[in-house]
Ligand binder design. Sequence first.
Ligand code: TRP
Length: 321
Amino acid sequence: MRILTGVKPTGNGMHLWNYLGMYKPFLEKVKWQEWFLFLPDFHSLTSVHDPEVMKRNKYRLAAELLALMPEDNRFMIFEQSEMQHINDITWVLSSVTPYSLMLRAHSFKDSQNKNSDINMATFNYPILMAADIIGYDVDMVPVWKDQKQHLEFTRDIAQNFNNTYNTEFFKLPEPYIDENLALIPGLDGRKMSKSYDNFIGIFDDEKTLKKRVMAIVTDDTPLEDPKDPETCNIFALMKFFATDEQLLEIWAKYRAGWYGYGHAKLELLNMLLEYFKPAREKYKKYMADYSLVQRELDAGNKKANQLHSQKYQALKEIVWL
Ligand code: TRP
């Protein structure tokens, strides 16, 4: 089984929800499978037009992913723009994709609502995404639910091609959308999200991390009073990092009184630092020497290109190019 996910370099930096809510559960479910993870930089180009920002975002995301993912050869990472035939496949798919289907895409309608005019790449975005997926005979695509329609489009586009040429050339991928992803509370207790600015970044420096943790919203129960861990944002976050024993101990401290929210925050900070220590160290190493990241990307690019090019050569025969 082949699994593929594209992670768009947005420059946001990974926060707790991205990892604990999304990658980690996926990783656990797909443990023994081949997993392709790639940076859809052509997709980023639809909205990022500053080369420095583009470069920085890409470097950072690649380093973050490499730092967090298990080191084994079932996992590989590559760059979309390094695929020699990605735009060729996109063009062939565009040639069998009805305009009326594309008009239904939420992604372009949303951008259109924000801008008076959009670029053509934003309009064509879902076709490029289909080429990303079906160009590798992918079986499963783990994505968050905002990508659901794109996956439906991918299947429609593949099916259109197969019908047009009376073939089963393109495999129809299965989306893997987990509707029950753990909700990680943000600093203010709402769902952790970049747009609420209530997130805790995994790779931020210690000072920033501390500032973030200290900003977690609590009630104003006085220090000496017993507190309710079950309604506390700090405790809710601890649940992801502490062992059962640690949690029980902390629970008791909450109930006993004289355990302030400041104490709890420092304890949470230490848990975070401990939990992400290996990943944070790896990230530092990658950011200090980008050739280490490039080496991984080069290896992934080579393997992915081989597969994608093979598919394109076979595709050319079908459409007679
Ligand atoms: N469109 C996805 C997003 O915005 C990124 C993406 C591009 C992708 N190609 C993909 C995701 C292929 C999964 C598979 O997040």
